[in-house]
Design a protein around this ligand. Structure first.
Ligand SMILES: Nc1ncnc2c1ncn2[C@@H]1O[C@H](COP(=O)(O)OP(=O)(O)OP(=O)(O)O)[C@@H](O)[C@H]1O
Ligand SMILES: [Mg+2]
Length: 267
């Protein structure tokens, strides 16, 4: 059975300012959705609110994942349920090597619900398996092995940070992944590498919400649904053909529509 992320009439405020003004969207495993929209329209706000960033306050509406309202859950609890967010601006963490960070994240996911004594032998086996897996994933994303020893994102180029996010996604194997502009800052070949890595996870047990400004990654991903967010609302949804329409016409025609709607509502 598909796992479902259901966003119902979601309103989100940041520092007292309402940014999301009623977003309704359902993403199921097996599906890839894309959200496009002008700068500042609320795409990252949606991503961060879904993951439970403490600054983003849900003032109205619901976020259901696998039938459970997750609004009150901590980010790590949401991750354990199978949600993942690749950040638009990945954080740099001094002193924590990428490999160790990923192992800690993986271990936290494996240990869900077990507080019992740890088995050292099993631990060592899991660690050696993890090292092998990490090597494979870094190869898949064409990242040099030496990155595993470097502090998380510190001194990584923009594109290297984005690829490291996708390595993390592959290690954690979420059911629903939110990718916030993972393609921004990637060179032409890297967009393809990242898209292929996303496509490799695709199947009945994986779904994604891909936030992007560009058609290029969507040409590789072929999303099932495309949504346009303007001023904190989804103003249009369609299939992949909507991407081409946006590329040709920009967002103005849809903005006018929201303004007209607002005027009608005011009357
Ligand atoms: N901490 C904050 N304080 C005040 N305003 C904020 C804060 N965080 C976000 N906003 C505002 O919320 C709006 C939506 O921002 P958001 O980052 O969600 O946009 P976006 O659609 O992801 O844009 P982009 O395409 O540029 O990444 C912006 O106007 C932004 O300035
Ligand atoms: Mg953003």
């Amino acid at each position: 059975m598909a796992s479902v992320l259901e966003i119902k009439d979601l309103h989100v405020s940041v520092e007292g300012k309402e940014i999301l003004k009623g977003v309704t969207l359902t993403v199921k495993t097996g599906e890839v959705h894309s959200i496009m929209g002008p700068n500042g329209s609320g795409k990252s706000t949606l991503a961060l609110a879904l993951m439970g960033h403490p600054k983003y306050e849900v003032t109205h509406g619901e976020i259901l994942f696998k039938g459970q309202n997750i609004v009150e859950l901590e980010p790590n609890e949401r991750a354990r349920l199978g949600l993942f967010l690749a950040f638009q601006y990945p954080l740099e963490i001094q002193g924590v090597p990428l490999g160790r960070f990923l192992w800690a994240a993986k271990k936290a996911m494996m240990e869900q619900g077990t507080d019992g004594p740890t088995d050292k032998k099993a631990d060592a086996k899991a660690l050696s398996q993890f090292r092998k897996e990490l090597q494979e994933k870094m190869k898949l994303l064409k990242m040099d092995e030496s990155f595993a020893q470097r502090y998380l994102n510190v001194g990584f180029s923009g594109g290297e940070k984005k690829r490291a996010e996708i390595v993390q996604m592959h290690i954690l194997k979420p059911e629903i992944a939110i990718l916030d502009e993972t393609d921004s800052g990637l060179d032409i070949d890297s967009v393809k590498i990242v898209a292929e890595a996303v496509n490799q996870l695709r199947g009945s047990d994986f779904g994604a919400l891909v936030i992007t400004h560009y058609q290029r990654i969507l040409n590789f991903l072929k999303p099932d649904y495309v949504h346009v967010m303007i001023d904190g609302r989804i103003v249009r949804s369609g299939d992949e053909s909507l991407v081409h329409e946006l590329e040709a016409k920009g967002y103005d025609w849809l903005m006018n529509k929201t303004n007209n709607n607002a005027k009608v509502m005011e009357r």
